[in-house]
Design a protein around this ligand. Structure first.
Ligand code: DC
Length: 219
């Protein structure tokens, strides 16, 4: 059984998808990490990221793969494990830019579909239910208000000991990524018609996980 979990940045997809995968004995696939790795490649190569043709060209021979170490997904870019390096703010912003480029999507969607053919997956992203796995047995669209998503990021930053970023700024960043992800012409973020909408603004992680497991049982 394959489960697709889509939704905007900061809705809790990865935390929840990981827990659901564990409970179901499936493999968790974080597709955002692949777009992040592609963005990092552009940074490393000094590609002008306002130039779609340059991104297309530089994406062609990108070697992106994933590997599992102790059950954790690791992302390998051109032979190097970049799982930590792709988590910076700079890479986050750029990932939504490169993710709008058709050639990038074609390449990464093919890789994602191959993974889902090989094993049962819980896959999270933006277009999993609509494009990558249109036949997934269960599709979830997980969202939360922009304010709540910003609040969670604020708390996470504090926990990581990162310098404090004002809430207004975080809300602005989230709104900008939502706008880019939802308005791009290829595979924009949207709820698949047959996806179940879950708004986690006022739900705990456990509540969301158990709602999804219940839905999976009923499939
Ligand atoms: O989920 P994330 O924040 O790690 O994703 C990084 C960026 O990649 C995000 O701005 C949207 C894009 N993305 C996408 O377009 N399609 C996916 N399936 C996953 C992520």
């Amino acid at each position: 059984m394959n489960i697709a979990i889509d939704g905007p940045a900061g809705a809790g997809k990865s935390t929840i998808a990981k827990l659901v995968a564990k409970e179901m004995g499936s493999v968790y696939v974080d597709t955002g990490a692949m777009y992040r790795a592609m963005a990092l490649r552009m940074l490393n190569l000094g590609v002008n990221t306002e130039d779609t043709a340059a991104i297309t060209e530089a994406s062609k021979d990108a070697d992106i793969s994933i590997r599992y170490v102790d059950g954790e997904q690791r992302v390998i870019l051109d032979g190097k494990d970049v799982s930590e390096e792709i988590r910076t703010n700079e890479v986050s912003g750029l990932a939504s830019v490169v993710a709008a480029v058709p050639a990038v999507r074609e390449k990464l969607v093919a890789l994602q579909q191959k993974l889902a053919r090989e094993t049962a997956v819980v896959m999270d992203g933006r277009d999993i239910g609509t494009t990558v796995l249109p036949d997934a047995e269960l599709k979830i669209y997980l969202t939360a208000s922009q304010k709540e998503r910003a609040r969670r990021r604020f708390v996470q930053n504090a926990e990581k000991g990162l310098p404090e970023v004002p809430m207004d700024y975080l809300i602005g960043e989230i709104a900008e990524r939502d706008r880019r992800d939802m308005t791009r012409s290829v595979s924009p973020l949207r709820k698949a018609e047959d996806a179940v909408l879950l708004d986690s603004s006022e739900m705990t992680i456990e509540e969301v996980v158990s709602a999804i497991l219940k839905l999976a049982e009923a499939v």
